[in-house]
Write a protein that binds this ligand. Structure first.
Ligand code: CP
Ligand code: NVA
Length: 318
């Protein structure tokens, strides 16, 4: 039996990284963006499995290209064509894969499956989006904000829309870790998970950041340095579309709301976007939008994350 790896680190939610570790990975991402082939820890090539229960463009491409940049080969698995989720548990799947691959990234529904996969597994497990968190996206978002603003700590970020969204939960934890002031503007029926808010508040207390959950979209966005939104209809919630559009419409990021933020505020959206719903075309395609930098930064941020996790995986050279 393979003993559980004592040193292996996983990235299942944003607060799996301390403030210093988050900063270290972002610094490495800057280096890898400047010099794409600076390090090739997967030379061999070694394989990284990237598993999808849900659709993806950016995550699929950025992991595949990033793994190849690092000297490795990506193995993209569609859950629908595998035994995972049907005949086999996440834990058994991980025990099979860990004998053959250097790391596993998984886009799935419940967070519990990721936790089960990571438990006792010798290779790093990465959350490539779950119903609850999207931590890889947040590394890219923080890298983008840092590029445009020069720093993270002390900045105010306002997220408008579905407060129970995976992106909100990740902004709360990752933003607090970075020492940012995170405001969420959302309807009372779409509040973030209370435990995540409590966890983020505790992190913010230590980093000098803060957390505010507001139902007033004007209060949330006024004076913000960064304005963010996401789809109102996340994957798996398609049947709720009519109710969601009705409830979330006041939180649409349009030019009028954007004008309440700082004059040099930037706009982010993880994409894919529904223009005319959560954001108007003049904002997402306008001069304050940095969405294309943000999507490119998925590549650089995830490569940095992989390098960092591989250095800490059992049996590998530091
Ligand atoms: N932002 C993001 O995760 O995009 P995909 O769903 O295309 O991977
Ligand atoms: N909240 C969205 C993010 C897509 C990248 C979803 O889960 O569908």
């Amino acid at each position: 039996m393979t003993a559980p790896a004592p040193l292996t680190r996983h990235f299942l939610r944003d607060d799996d990284l301390s403030p210093a570790e988050q900063a270290e990975i972002l610094d490495l991402a800057v280096t890898l963006k400047r010099d794409r082939w600076a390090t090739r820890p997967l030379e061999g090539p070694q394989t990284v499995a990237v598993i999808f229960d849900k659709s993806s463009t950016r995550t699929r491409v950025s992991f595949a290209v990033g793994i190849a940049d690092l000297g490795g080969q990506p193995l993209i698995i569609s859950t629908a064509n595998s035994q995972l989720g049907g005949k086999e548990t996440p834990s058994d799947t991980a025990r099979v894969l860990e004998r053959m691959v250097a790391a596993i990234a998984w886009r799935t529904y419940g967070q519990a499956g990721l936790e089960e996969m990571a438990k006792g597994t010798t290779v790093p497990v990465i959350n490539a989006l779950s119903d609850d968190f999207h931590p890889c996206q947040l590394l890219a978002d923080l890298l983008t904000i840092r590029e445009h603003k020069g720093h993270l700590a002390g900045l105010t970020v306002a997220f408008l829309g579905d407060g129970a969204d995976n992106m909100v939960h990740s902004y709360l934890l990752a933003g607090a870790t970075a020492g940012m002031h995170v405001r969420v503007g959302c309807p009372a029926d779409y509040l973030p998970n209370a435990q995540v808010v409590a966890d983020a508040t505790e992190i913010a207390r230590a980093t000098g950041g803060s957390i505010a959950i507001l139902t007033d979209q004007v209060e949330a966005v006024t004076g913000a340095d960064v304005v963010v939104t996401d789809t109102w209809v996340s994957m798996g919630k398609e049947e709720e579309k009519v109710a969601r559009v009705a409830a979330l419409s006041p939180y649409k990021v349009d030019a009028e709301l954007m004008a309440l933020a700082q004059p040099d505020a930037i706009f982010l959206h993880c994409l894919p976007a529904d223009r005319g719903y959560e954001v108007t075309a003049d904002v997402i395609d306008g001069p304050q939008s940095v969405i294309w930098d943000e999507s490119e930064n998925r590549l650089h941020a995830q490569k940095a994350l992989l390098v960092w996790l591989l250095e800490r995986a059992q049996g590998r050279e530091a």
